[in-house]
Design a protein around this ligand. Structure first.
Ligand code: NAD
Length: 501
């Protein structure tokens, strides 16, 4: 497939003239205080795509100043919800018009399969933006009739300046998951994409400007976690921190938030999600469900079903068919329409996944499929399935964040629940059964923020999503995803004949 033209398309109405990605990056470099840059690498070729401005504490300070000014004096928090929604809808139109460009950037920068992201992730990201554009004029408080002839009412006010720190696995998607509800609430924000995948966030910021989002509302800082990220989480003038990333870094940013200005925090963290398949499930469809849940986005998916529990009655048939179908997964260039799985995001992640695979082999698990790099060049890894895995092996306990799944055999419903819950994570879980009673019992017993019954990775803008236990707290999507960007103010006043008067 030919590399797409990366020039943003202008909206039909009059708007600021648009610049090329090259100009954009120069513009961002000029804004960088230190003048330092870092390389972003193409995981298909291991070659440098571009040099990106390396934002540091000074740049974060400038971005926060811009966001604070826009919050305290700018039009965004002051305009009506319907006006914010109207501008956000224009942003949706631009995302749709520039969908291929956004997807291409993530294919080059993150190894995302172009056709999959074009059909799935980016339309979903646009649907999130559209959902919150529609929600912007539906933010209401309530009125309370109090004792002593007092009347109370609540105002839902934007929380202020938000710091968004995002990971590399869904760069463009995550930009919208984070910024859309905060925009709808009337907040202003500083966004830090992951250092591995900075490109699409810059493009999104450019589209935001074209859409008419006022200056200072969205400020993108490219840079590293321990510098730019740390400056955001510890900043005294950021009111709320929304972090998505690993559980380890989640702990660090929460600590920084607590020891700085005690900013509100929400954490979307890692997972080691179970998929439990019962004897009565249809084997062919659950094999496909397993491959989808385990290998979507090359396993770089926080909700990946990386622990597959199969009841003993169908176990042998299941693993035979699983091995056969897994061999049909095409690993290859993300722009090739026949590719199902692209390269891992970078060298570090690639080596981490391969070292887990080696660990699994050394600890005595059986390799059912895969287990090797796929090409000499690029960060490709074969879809890898282990059987004969014990619950305490590292491949069974750790989030690998790559195309590696473990299959376990179980006997009873109770055993499946106990083993599925024996993890420090609690992001998602899946159940495959035709038995309503089992589905109800197990879904209520699992410690996970999302439970999919006879489906997997079924997301919707209206369905809240987030973690239990070490997978974090706070919810994204749905109206729950908006409330965390609002403060509730209670106002109380005496009315006629009140003893207060
Ligand atoms: P990561 O925690 O290493 O990095 C995430 C972000 O945090 C990056 O922008 C990084 O620069 C920044 N960061 C790193 N150190 C920091 C510090 N000391 N202070 C402030 N910011 C810092 O995670 P990753 O490797 O980019 O992403 C993979 C992880 O993200 C996995 O654990 C995955 O499960 C998780 N994830 C969770 C969800 C979810 O919704 N629950 C979604 C996607 C990814």
């Amino acid at each position: 497939m030919e590399a797409p033209n990366l020039l943003p398309k202008s909206p039909k109405s009059s708007s600021p003239s648009c610049s090329s990605m090259e100009n954009l990056s120069i513009q961002f470099q000029e804004n960088d205080e230190t003048g330092r840059t870092f390389e972003t690498i193409d995981p298909r070729t291991e070659e440098v795509i571009a040099n990106i401005a390396e934002g540091d504490k000074e740049d974060v300070d400038l971005a926060v100043k811009a966001a604070r000014f826009a919050f305290d004096h700018g039009p965004w928090p002051r305009m009506s919800g319907s006006e914010r929604g109207r501008i956000m809808m224009k942003f949706v139109d631009l995302v749709q018009e520039n969908l291929e460009e956004l997807v291409a950037l993530d294919a080059i920068d993150a190894g995302k399969v172009f056709e999959q992201a074009k059909a799935g992730e980016m339309p979903f990201a646009a649907s999130i933006l559209r959902y919150y554009a529609g929600a912007a004029d539906k933010i209401h408080g309530k009125t309370m009739k109090m004792a002593n002839q007092l009347q109370g009412y609540t105002l839902h006010e934007p929380i202020g300046v938000v710091g968004h720190i995002i990971p590399w696995n869904f760069p463009a998607g995550m930009f919208f998951f984070k910024t859309s509800p905060a925009m709808a609430a009337g907040c202003t924000m500083v966004v830090k994409p992951a250092e591995q995948t900075p490109l699409s966030a810059l493009y999104c910021a450019h589209l935001a400007k074209l859409a008419g989002i006022p200056d200072g509302v969205i400020n993108v800082i490219t840079g590293f976690g321990t510098t730019a990220g740390a400056a955001i989480s510890s900043h005294m003038d950021i009111d709320c921190l929304s972090f998505t990333g690993s559980t380890e870094v989640g702990r660090v940013v929460m600590q920084a938030a607590a020891t700085s200005n005690l900013k509100a925090v929400s954490l979307e963290l890692g997972g080691k999600s179970p998929l439990i398949i019962f004897n009565d499930a249809d084997v062919d469809s659950t094999v496909n469900l397993t491959l989808l849940g385990g290998f979507a986005n090359k396993g770089e998916f926080c909700v990946c079903s990386s622990r597959i529990f199969v009841q003993e009655g169908i176990y042998e048939e299941f693993i035979t068919k699983l091995a056969r179908n897994a061999k049909g997964i095409n690993v290859g260039d993300p722009f090739d329409p026949s590719t199902h799985q692209g390269p891992q995001v970078d060298k570090q992640q690639y080596e981490k996944v391969l070292s887990y695979i080696e660990h699994g082999k050394r600890q005595g698990a059986t390799l059912l499929t895969g287990g090797k790099p796929w090409e000499k060049k690029g960060y490709y890894i074969e879809p890898t399935i282990f059987t004969n895995v014990t619950d305490d092996m590292l491949i069974a306990t750790d989030e690998i964040f790559g195309p590696v799944i473990c299959v376990f055999k179980f006997k009873t419903v109770e055993e499946a629940i106990t083993r599925a819950n024996s993890t420090r994570y609690g992001l998602a879980a899946g159940i495959a059964t035709k038995d309503l009673n089992i589905a109800n019992t197990v879904s209520r017993s699992l410690h996970a923020g999302t439970v999919w019954i006879n489906c997997y990775l079924a997301f919707d803008a209206d369905v809240p999503y987030g973690g239990y236990k070490g997978s974090g707290f706070g919810r994204e999507f749905g109206m729950e995803g908006l409330y965390k960007y609002l403060q509730v103010k209670s106002v109380v006043t005496p009315v006629h004949n009140s003893p207060w008067l």
